[in-house]
Design a protein around this ligand. Structure first.
Ligand SMILES: [Zn+2]
Length: 395
């Protein structure tokens, strides 16, 4: 190291073995100095944040202008690891592309470290009373081919290799579909993969991971891993995969949306912070039962007239802090399968714990005997699949 060291650092050196990537959701609307409390930002991604965490995911299609302003202001944490979405979902919602694959790649190269390729999502939106997503089995391969063309177009204008990594998204609802899609879109120049689960069932996510273990050989990012019943599956399967895992989640943001507060002493317990009949908040002493910096600030301002403006964002920030502390703990124990099983037994309700442990067994079996045999044996874990799923469940 030194002034003569001009060797650029590789983005992959910033990845840990397993990486929790909170999505920058509504907190970004609160990142400007006019919203600071005593000079501190109620975010986790700025130099003066009251609670700091140096990894995040930005969705340029929801927050492009705000993120560009934040970036240009120089207030983002240095040495952050930034993931950026591509906007494939926006195409589905708006029925047209807002930006070309080339424009998206150029934006990602400038503002982030790891960008996801713009895919053509193999789902249809239904309109009418029953709005939801329908898997497009008929045109599945055609969508994969369109996706491949977009990846090729983006890779042609790519100029950064070490300081920017490009991940392609694998679509589908089960093992065989993931494989078909991946074989069609695979290109030299794809540095990593994104995968996701078609439902909230841990067994479906396990099948996705078994596909990863058997077919991929690069870092993998898992999209939309909102609940601990899903992230715990990633931690268990990691022993069988040598490259880094990362996963994003925006569930902490229910703080800003609904004031949902993760109880510090019980991760799965949530409480909505409300006002009582006297117009006072039903919880006032956050700073006494939670040691996180967000709760200290909440206690300080709870009786001030402007508390209302800050409370939801502070609750979100507390939720991020809670997630980070649970995942930091899991980072310590995940290599020891017995400890992870013990954690599941202590942490979840008996029924849920039992199901999760069976999913662990399914992963072990797949590793020993292959995906087909394991799925046959653990068939009861898979609930029958409805073809139409609500948006919230899919993404
Ligand atoms: Zn707290």
């Amino acid at each position: 190291m030194g002034w003569f060291d001009t060797e650029e650092k590789d983005v992959f050196d910033k990845l840990d073995d397993i990486n929790y990537i909170p999505v920058i959701a509504s907190l970004i609307t609160f990142a400007k100095p006019k919203n600071f409390i005593n000079g501190k930002a109620i975010t986790f991604f700025q130099k003066n944040s009251i609670f700091k965490y140096n990894k995040h995911l930005v969705n340029p299609f929801h927050t492009q202008k705000l993120y560009e302003e934040l970036f240009d202001s120089g207030s983002l944490l240095p040495n952050a690891l930034v993931f950026a979405d591509s906007g494939g979902l926006q195409e589905l919602l708006l029925k047209r592309l807002i930006k070309s694959p080339e424009e998206i790649l150029k934006w990602q190269e400038k503002y982030c470290d790891i960008g996801f390729a713009l895919d053509k999502i193999p789902f249809k939106t239904d309109t009418g009373f029953n709005v939801g997503w329908t898997f497009d089995a008929v045109d599945f391969k055609k969508h994969a081919e369109t996706t491949r063309e977009r990846i090729l177009r983006a890779l042609k204008v790519r100029t950064k290799w070490k300081s920017f990594k490009y991940y392609a998204i694998i679509q589908g609802t089960k093992y065989e579909e993931y494989k078909t899609w991946k074989d069609i879109i695979n290109q030299p120049g794809v540095d990593g993969w994104c995968c996701k689960s078609p439902t909230n069932s841990p067994a479906n996510l396990a099948e996705t991971i078994i596909f990863v273990l058997e077919n991929l050989d690069k870092p993998v990012h898992f999209l939309g891993i909102g609940q601990l019943t899903k992230s715990i599956i990633l931690y268990y399967a990691k022993r069988y995969y040598k490259h880094p895992f990362s996963f994003d989640s925006s569930s902490y943001d229910t703080g800003a949306q609904f004031r949902r507060y993760n109880l510090p002493f019980y991760f799965n317990g949530m409480k909505s912070v409300k006002k009582d009949s006297n117009g006072k908040y039903d919880i006032k002493n956050f700073g006494k039962f939670c040691f996180c910096p967000a709760c200290q600030v909440m206690s300080e301002i709870i009786n001030n007239p402007e508390a209302e403006r800050y409370l939801g964002y502070l609750v979100s920030l507390h939720n991020v802090a809670q997630n980070i502390s649970v995942f930091e703990y899991l980072n310590n124990i995940y290599k020891d399968g017995d400890k992870l099983r013990e954690f599941v037994k202590c942490y979840f309700k008996e029924n849920t714990a039992h199901k999760l442990l069976e999913v662990f067994d399914y992963i072990d079996d797949a590793n020993k005997h292959g995906h087909k045999e394991a799925k046959k044996k653990w068939k009861h874990l898979f609930t029958t699949h409805t073809k139409t799923t609500k948006q919230g469940i899919l993404f």
